[in-house]
Design a protein. Structure first.
Length: 435
């Protein structure tokens, strides 16, 4: 992970200290269950909790042991034994390394999910506040980047709210998908460990027992999880791209907050660049990129290989840390976004009524003109606006073929801006609820 794009709370989930503490808890909870089943002495389980629980695991010491053993879990268990003493022989009874590694990884992903869900809640709150603030701020809608018909900036933000609300639901489902535990031993048969141990550890850690594991938790779960993060990242990019386009000098309908003392360019003092949303676009690409190796991890050899291991050491921390940072940054952008209604109005009227062309087209068809002829009549007047800078209403009123079908009042009525915003309340009720 890159510190520039990382926040401490999410980073701490992936620290070596946190990982080893979770490893210890998995082993200690398993010992509790083994003690209840009479496999190991209850006093031994108590000693493991007391001495291991009070221990401060030395990452450097574990690394030192691993340089000799070439095995991270064995290195940890050896170091743990230095604290626990003779009763350490009861630790890891019937378990395999993946029981510890996979269960820990899922605990970390669940904790990361909780932070990401909180991030989404903050973003949704900011989007909702700004959407209602600009519910009736009329702006031009664009298709293919070209003026289409009027909408409101609040509707644009309501769209983003609905999209991130779906993202939140997907992340809740992904969290549930990943919240499983495997303490099933070599090749997942429970030959050397009772399934009740797995059930106990799962309950203690807030997980569900994996219905059937091989020697690893099936990686289709992880593929779905990281794919979900990729979708959230794509939604971040969509909104970031919208803001970037709207900040272009010739558009300038919104703008990222530009703080006192901020500089936009080392060469050009006048620049105010959309650096935050450009950064978000790049970060989204990175989070999305982690979905592919997660999917490739699904196809492991037989009951287990470790081709997934190196991948997950990267993508677990990097995907969640980056997405956490990106969501927080986007929330800040939305919260402080500068909105320029006057500029929206100016852009809306740049082509002198052209945005009302569909209303005229429909009125002509309702007046008895064929759709083909109506389209031709409206388009020939619209092209004068595009090519000559003419006024659309004036051209229509001067076109005898149009005025034969429609009265002047009927034509003028089609230029009512309120017509395009009459269902905004309905849209908002669908997105935010009737209240």
């Amino acid at each position: 992970m890159i510190p520039r794009y990382a926040r401490p709370e999410m980073v701490s989930i992936w620290s070596q200290e946190t990982k080893f503490r979770i490893w210890f808890e998995i082993e200690a909870h398993a010992c509790d269950a083994l003690a209840e089943l009479g496999v190991i002495p209850k006093e031994a389980a108590k000693t493991i909790w007391e001495k291991g629980g009070a221990a401060t695991f030395d990452v450097d010491r574990i690394d030192e042991i691993e340089r000799e053993t070439k095995h991270d879990v064995i290195a940890f268990l050896t170091h743990l034994a230095e604290f626990v003493g003779p009763d350490s022989r009861f630790i890891h009874q019937g378990m395999t390394s993946s029981d510890v590694l996979d269960t820990c990884f899922n605990v970390q992903l669940v904790r990361a999910s909780d932070l990401l869900l909180a991030d989404l809640d903050a973003l949704l709150a900011a989007l909702k506040r700004r959407a209602f603030e600009h519910k009736d701020t009329v702006t031009i809608g664009r298709s293919h980047g070209i003026h289409a018909e009027p909408t409101t900036f609040g509707v644009k933000l309501a769209l983003a709210y609905a999209e991130f609300d779906r993202c939140r639901k997907r992340l809740v489902a992904a969290r549930e998908e990943i919240a499983t535990c495997a303490i099933s031993g070599a090749v997942g048969t429970f030959a050397n460990i009772d399934p009740r141990v797995e059930e106990h550890v799962a309950a203690a850690l807030g997980l569900q027992p994996e219905p059937v594991s091989t020697q690893v938790i099936p990686r289709d779960r992880h593929a779905m999880y990281f794919a979900t993060l990729g979708v959230v990242a794509s939604s971040i990019e969509r909104l970031a791209t919208e803001i970037r386009h709207l900040q272009r000098t010739e558009v300038l309908e919104v703008e990222e907050y530009f703080s006192p003392g901020q500089k936009g360019s080392s060469a050009m003092p006048h620049k105010r660049n959309p650096v935050l949303t450009e950064n978000l676009t790049g970060l989204a690409r990175m989070v999305r990129a982690f979905a592919i190796p997660a999917m490739e991890n699904v196809a492991l050899w037989h009951e287990r290989d470790i081709s997934h291991s190196s991948v997950e050491r990267y993508i677990g921390p990097d995907a969640t840390v980056t997405l956490d940072f990106a969501l927080a940054r986007l929330t800040g952008v939305v919260d402080k976004l500068l909105v320029y209604p006057e500029r929206m109005d100016k852009n809306l009227n740049q082509f002198k009524g052209l945005v009302h062309s569909q209303r005229v087209l429909l009125a002509l068809t309702q007046a008895g003109v064929s759709r083909e002829d109506a389209y031709r009549l409206v388009q020939r007047n619209a092209m004068k606006v595009w090519e000559q800078g003419a006024d659309f209403l004036t051209e229509l009123l001067s076109d005898k073929d149009v005025t034969t079908a429609l009265s002047e009042d009927q034509i003028r009525e089609k230029f009512d801006l309120g017509y395009h915003t009459k269902h905004v309340d309905t849209i908002f009720a669908r997105v935010f609820g009737a209240a």
